[in-house]
Design a protein around this ligand. Sequence first.
Ligand SMILES: [Zn+2]
Length: 490
Amino acid sequence: MATHEVLRAFRFALDPSETQVVALARYAGAARWAFNHALAIKQAAHQQWRAEVDALVKSGIAEPEARKAVKIAIPSKPAIQKAWVAERGDSRCDVDGSCPWWWEVNNYCFQSGFIDADASWRNWLSSLRGNRDGRRVGYPRYKKKGRSRDSFRLHHDVKRPSIRLLGHRRLNLPKLGEVRLHGSGKRLMRLAARGQAVIQSVTVSRAGSRWYASVLCKVQQELPQRPTARQRVGGLVGVDLGSAYLAVLSDRLHRDNPDSAVVEHPRRLKLSMDRLVKAQRALSRTVKGSARRAKAARKVARIHHQIAERRATDVHAFTKCLTSNFSHIAVEGFSVEGMIARETASGRSRRGSKLSSLFNRHLLDASLGEVKRQLSYKAPWYGATLIVLAPGEPVNLICSRCGAQNSRVTVSDSKFSCRDCGLHIARQQNAARNIMRAGRRSLGSVTSGSGETINARGGAVRPHTRSGVGRAALKREDTRSHRPGAIPRE
Ligand SMILES: [Zn+2]
């Protein structure tokens, strides 16, 4: 066993009392206020800069020079907070200001709101300059009550922790007090008692009608150095991720279940989907602005939320199963986005396959990307090795039995037929076997220990264990925005 320090989020559904629900909403409101306050200051500074640049351009100076000549800094958290403290007022002693009620909520609501505004400004700028991967980030927008997600983040002094579990069923939040957990906090409680988990911060957010607390911890995690007996028996498995099936494996996922090589997209989603369609129809029949419409809308939101939760649970169960049943897991190397684009371009969704009928494209993208992300951090947890094939490996075109190439097969076909040896199997199954072969080849070319990601270009890479998030994999913002110690205490 080797010990690594990782940041992990433990997510709990809360069962707050009615008064606590009011308090939670007020805290989220304060965080929203702080974000908007900081954003307004940034936008004002930006507009002033723009106006002065325009004035210079009008007077005959070239735009690039004008941009350089005007020096107006966009205020960030320290300056914004300092100004805010001076003018916020205080309703306890009748001092008027921008926010005289600030003392009613935890101060960290404001601090994390200011920090989040900094982050969204930074993201927009770096996206604008092309320094940022992923989707284009738009100009930061104000958070609207009822439209934006209700959430706030609290930090504490790690030496005198006020964010802590009391027993297995209650979470103490600074100033808010003890909130009952819907489930059990036993696992985190045990880790904390042994000194293996130190709570850094908590993000509380509302999803549907439920409140959740995501508790971010520094965890001393013991990583196994070699695969277990079960994993050694499982050996190497090739996994083809796709839209018709979530995954098709080159081998059974469970030894005793012959059907387990094919992993369907979470099946119980279908039931929820039916309920969703019904609820949406009911919503469309209501009158705008009526009380019944609001109620129907709440119901739709609740089902959406339920679907997301179930999907997340199933994906977690699958990735855990995969990483604990096999010593080596091979997956294709290209981006998930590219795969979906190819599949839809080839007409699969137009023909009304499962892809379009069951899944929102956006959600499917997210599921497959999520599987890969979870595999990359769970592999080292369980002593398995993830092998990511080099992009461009022709896993779909080659016959997995004789190696002949069938260039007519596209990702939208559900079957693979070989003209040379007559093999006729499901396309994804053929691909999974090829992925397994390719994985074995790249294994031969590198010496590997467990808990590593092999990127199939020869090098074995230690994964960034710091970025591994536990149960709260839905909430990527947890790992990005939580920088322990980033918030100075007042
Ligand atoms: Zn063949």
